[in-house]
Structure formats: structure tokens, C-alpha cells
Write a protein that binds this ligand. Structure first.
Ligand SMILES: [Mg+2]
Length: 423
């Protein structure tokens, strides 16, 4: 089933060309799991293998998070309303998502990537960029690199497949990984990249949503190659800086470098207290306040928390922590708070404590391509919290609060030293 696609005259049939490898001034790989959630479900439950399945809410509301390949030929896919998907593919089994399991496997995949490069940028649970420049002497040609990455994923997950695109820019590597799915390697040498992009639809432009695509078509651009030969001044006049961005992408130029992984990061709010506390109600109030702060900063920085950690420091300076993966990545303060509360009974000590802290860990980007669908179950809380954040930003800290938080303000003055940080 594995396909290797190499864009250069006949290179796929001949051994790797040392000279062409030498011309790559930058090597970037993009690895993307094939139908990740659905494949995990099929791996874990043999009864689901070979059958059309839709991962998503079984309530009939909400959207399809991932459809297995057996279901896709009917036209169903990610982000489609479940009602519509069930109509198109009535034989499909609906499987509820298990985000903690996906996060666990994602952790193993990202860990495997660190064997290949110190620069791994996860852009969702199941995709990452790897900066591979300069590692030819370790891993061989770009094609061999891509193959070894694919094998490492297979091994780390116990059998899942991924598709890997490899080229000289993030953009081309990303398009390449998607083009020949599943279980495929697509190698696009940088000097062939613009020609390789040219016949593709503008729907393959990274960052062009449906509205932008419609606008581009209105202007007469249907293929990426149409944009590549457009008049840059015209694009700038019609689309502003976005026009110039697309012009650069269409010409296979993308200056963005691979950032270090976001997954290792955590975001926390710790408070060293003026007075030691042991009353559970006081601990809860501090956690509430920390959850609000962390939630605000997650949303502001476009992250979702994969897990929540509570830290308590006893008066004899012992640090105690308990943590838990969320069932569904979230930036909703209510969810962080409820999870923190659920961890409290797990602490052996009942105080007194001199520090109460809450951290969001296993962060993932909220703007990854598949993450938009994850917000469904907490969409209302999320919108409310965003509104509160915006008002507070405009009218001053704590200008707006939910009624149930107001009593905590008497306890939590701003005298407690605040050690907010983003590592
Ligand atoms: Mg994927």
C-alpha cells in the first residue's frame, strides 16, 4: 500500500541522486497521521477493522471528527455534520472519541520524532514538521529520511500509518504529505516545487479558507500556478498582504522556519500565599482564580490544554503534584477548574499549604486544522469566557466577573505574589 512519489524526472526509478540531494539548501519534513482518530479506534478494536467508521458524537448532533478510509468513498469527511454523514454512509458505525487515548499515542509519536531532529513542531495531535536540514549524513537522502520517519511512527504506535511529505519549505512539505495519502511518501525537490504546485487547485493554499478561495476564483485564480504568474501589484491591491503571502507560497517560497515543539510546553499560574491555608474552600477559590488566568492565556495564545496539573506546596516546602489528561483538549476555564477539583482527593496531605498552583500541560495549537471541531462540547462556555476576557482587557482587570466568583475576591486580593509564566 505504501507509495513513494518523487517529483523529478524518473528519480523514483533510480537510486537517490547525490547531486540533487546536495542542492537542497533546506530539508523540511511534514508527517501527518492517516485518519488518526479512526485508525486508533480500528487498531484498538479488531471488530472495527475494515469497516466504515465515523469518530464523533453518537448523539447525532455535532460533526464527524474523522472518517475511516472505508467510509470516505461515500463522500463523508472531517467537519461534516454527523446527520449528513449518516445519510451519506448509513452503514457506518459511529464511535465516540477517546481523546486521552489519542493524546497518549500523540505523545509517543512526537517522542519518536525527537530522534530525528531537535526541531519538531507539532501543529496538532497528529501532525508535525521536522527540520531535517543537515542530517543527510545520518539518515540518507530526503526519500530515505521520510521513509525512516514513517517506519518510526509505525513502530512507536504499534501499527498506525502516516504520510510524509518532504521538501525545502514548510508549505510544500505540508501539501506533499496530503497529496498521496494514505501511507505514502512524497518527495518534492525544492527546484521542482513551483512546477509541482502549479497544477494543484487553490484549495491547497495553506491559509485560504472557503471565503478566500471564493474570492480568488472570482478574480480568475483557479490553480496555484495561476497565482504564481499573477501580477504581484494586482494581488496586493485586491487582497493586501494576504495576496503577497499567497503569491510567495504559489512560487514555493515560504520563509517560515520549523519552531520547536509546543507540546512540551506548559502554562501555569502559581500563587504563593500571604497566609498558609488548609481550608478546602480556600484551596478551591485559589484554583478557580488560577483556572481563569490559565484559560485566558490559553485562548490568547491559541493553545489547548491536553491535561491539567495541580501543585500544592506544604509549609515545610514539599511540592506535591497530581495531574490528569483531559478527555478532550480544552482552553475552557470551567473545564480546567473542574479537572483540578477532581484531583484534590488524590493528595495525601491536607495542608497547611503555602502555594496553590494550576498548570495546563501537553499544550497543542488551537488553530491546527482538525482542532476547530473539538470545541463543540464546550462552545458556549468558551464564547462566554472569551467575551469576559475581551471586556476585562478593555475596561481593566476584573471589570467583569461571573457572579459565583465574586465572593472569592475578598480572599484573593492582589497582594498574593503572582508567578504566572509561560515556559
Ligand atoms: Mg492527519
Amino acid at each position: 500500500m505504501t507509495g513513494t512519489h518523487v517529483t523529478s524526472s524518473g528519480a523514483s526509478a533510480s537510486p537517490p541522486d547525490k547531486n540533487s540531494v546536495g542542492r537542497w539548501s533546506q530539508i523540511i519534513a511534514h508527517a501527518d497521521m492517516d485518519a488518526f482518530y479512526a485508525s486508533v479506534e480500528q487498531m484498538d478494536d479488531p471488530r472495527l477493522r475494515g469497516r466504515p467508521i465515523l469518530v464523533g458524537s453518537t448523539s447525532g448532533r455535532g460533526v464527524v471528527l474523522t472518517a475511516s478510509y472505508e467510509a470516505r468513498h461515500t463522500g463523508v469527511g472531517s467537519a461534516m455534520p454527523m446527520v449528513k454523514a449518516r445519510r451519506l454512509c448509513p452503514q457506518a458505525l459511529i464511535v465516540p472519541p477517546r481523546f486521552a487515548r489519542y493524546a497518549e499515542l500523540s505523545g509517543r509519536i512526537m517522542q519518536a520524532f525527537t530522534d530525528f531532529s531537535p526541531h519538531v513542531e507539532a501543529i496538532s495531535l497528529d501532525e508535525a514538521f521536522l527540520e531535517m536540514t543537515g542530517s543527510e549524513h545520518i539518515f540518507g537522502s530526503p526519500e530515505q529520511m521520510a521513509n525512516r520517519i514513517r517506519e518510526a511512527i509505525h513502530e512507536a504506535t504499534g501499527g498506525l500509518t502516516a504520510s510524509v511529505g518532504i521538501s525545502g519549505t514548510k508549505y510544500v512539505a505540508k501539501v506533499a504529505s496530503a497529496l498521496n495519502k494514505p501511507d505514502a511518501i512524497t518527495v518534492v525537490p525544492p527546484d521542482k516545487a513551483a512546477a509541482w504546485l502549479a497544477p494543484l487547485s487553490i484549495s491547497r493554499l495553506w491559509g485560504a479558507g472557503p471565503k478566500t478561495q471564493a474570492r480568488l476564483k472570482q478574480l480568475g485564480f483557479h490553480l496555484i500556478g495561476d497565482l504564481a504568474v499573477a501580477d504581484p501589484d494586482f494581488l496586493k491591491a485586491r487582497l493586501g498582504s494576504l495576496g503577497m503571502h499567497f503569491y510567495a507560497l504559489a512560487n514555493a517560497q515560504d520563509p517560515r522556519s520549523v519552531a520547536r515543539s509546543h507540546r512540551a510546553r506548559s502554562l501555569s499560574s502559581d500563587r504563593t500565599l500571604e497566609h498558609d491555608i488548609s481550608d478546602p474552600a480556600d484551596i478551591r477559590r485559589h484554583l478557580r482564580r488560577s483556572a481563569d488566568r490559565v484559560g485566558t492565556r490559553l485562548k490568547k495564545n491559541n493553545y489547548l490544554a491536553g491535561g491539567v496539573r495541580v501543585k500544592l506546596k506544604t509549609t515545610d516546602f514539599q511540592s506535591l503534584t497530581r495531574q490528569r489528561l483531559l478527555n478532550e483538549p480544552s482552553d475552557v476555564a470551567d473545564v480546567l477548574y473542574e479537572t483540578a477539583l477532581s484531583l484534590l482527593p488524590a493528595f495525601a496531605s491536607s495542608g497547611p499549604f503555602r502555594l496553590v498552583g494550576l498548570a495546563a500541560h501537553d499544550l497543542i495549537r488551537a488553530d491546527g486544522p482538525e482542532q476547530g471541531d473539538l470545541f463543540n462540547s464546550h462552545q458556549q462556555s468558551r464564547e462566554l469566557e472569551k467575551t469576559i476576557d475581551a471586556l476585562n482587557q478593555r475596561f481593566g482587570k476584573n471589570a467583569v466577573r461571573r457572579a459565583r466568583d465574586i465572593d472569592s475576591s475578598t480572599v484573593l486580593g492582589d497582594h498574593a505574589s503572582d508567578l504566572d509564566f509561560l515556559r
